[in-house]
Design a protein around this ligand. Structure first.
Ligand SMILES: [Zn+2]
Length: 279
């Protein structure tokens, strides 16, 4: 059992909901949502510690390189690294949990001069990414010796058992003035209604807000440079088709309603720089 919020250390929390036998609770002080009865830490693999969820194989069994995501990722990166000099000073980039390499491909298209690298536990995905010419393998970040100008954590945060400790580890991999790009959901957007299911507990272990992520980064030796939020479901044909199929299948939660109404801008991207930049 987890008896306190990992962010503000408050011990008081209220029940929020249950899924797959796991309880999601809300910290009474900072409003972090976290699983109060997570799996035994001994069963959490190195892959999970890097934020790669076990359930991915189940709901992403036919996974392959999703070329349709590239325009979306390019638009997002252009918001985060704007202008002709957006990638200036970025020499080396590590994407943690890079999958088939979609983000690496988007960075390479926008900034071919950046040396991109990925870590990914799934061997099939590693091969898929390598077949596109990317330097992808799986290694333990805790003992990794190399340093980077950007480390990206896309859809990693919610899977982490201990996000503050993980961010401390990431900071060690950054050169002075290096940046972390952290993408996760912003529960603040859903403050007055329940977050749409499925929550994918316990693959997801917590859900934070912009305020929590900002505070955590600032306590961890980062300064937030830029926050950009996007609809958590982009109205693209593949996403629309996927949600429509789920809507038609009995017992499958579908987010078609949100998609048709225009999903809330809960997909948060935070770019933060280490505070030890040489002056
Ligand atoms: Zn808290």
């Amino acid at each position: 059992m987890v008896d306190r919020c990992y962010h503000c250390r408050c011990r008081e929390a209220e029940a929020y909901g249950r899924e797959n036998g796991y309880s999601l609770v809300r910290c009474s002080k900072c409003r972090l949502l976290y699983v109060s009865n997570p799996p035994d830490p001994g069963t959490i693999s190195e892959a999970a510690r890097q934020g790669i969820h076990d359930g991915e194989e189940t709901f992403d069994a036919t996974g392959r390189f999703r070329a349709w995501r590239l325009p979306i990722l390019r638009r997002r990166l252009q918001r985060l690294f704007p202008g002709p000099d957006g990638f200036e000073g970025v020499g080396r980039w590590l994407d943690v949990g890079c999958g088939h390499g979609e983000l690496l491909a988007a960075v390479r298209e926008l900034a071919p001069e950046v040396a991109v690298r990925g870590t990914e536990p799934n061997e099939r995905k590693q091969e898929s990414a390598r077949s596109r010419g990317f330097d992808v393998s799986f290694f333990d970040l805790a003992t990794h010796e190399e340093t980077y100008d950007v480390v990206s954590l896309m859809n990693v945060y919610s899977h982490l058992p201990d996000p503050p400790a993980f961010l401390a580890m990431v900071r060690r991999l950054l050169r002075p003035g290096g940046r972390v790009l952290l993408q996760t959901g912003d529960i603040g957007v859903f403050e007055d209604r329940t977050i749409p299911k499925p929550w994918y507990l316990p693959d997801h272990l917590s859900f934070a807000s912009e305020a929590i992520v900002r505070e955590m980064l600032e306590h961890g030796g980062f300064e937030v440079q830029r926050v950009a939020k996007f609809r958590y479901l982009e109205p693209t044909v593949p996403i629309f088709a996927k949600e429509a199929v789920k809507f038609l299948l009995p017992g499958r939660p579908s987010r078609l309603g949100d998609l048709l109404r225009g999903a809330p801008e809960a997909d948060m991207h935070v770019l933060a720089r280490t505070t030890d930049a040489a002056s």
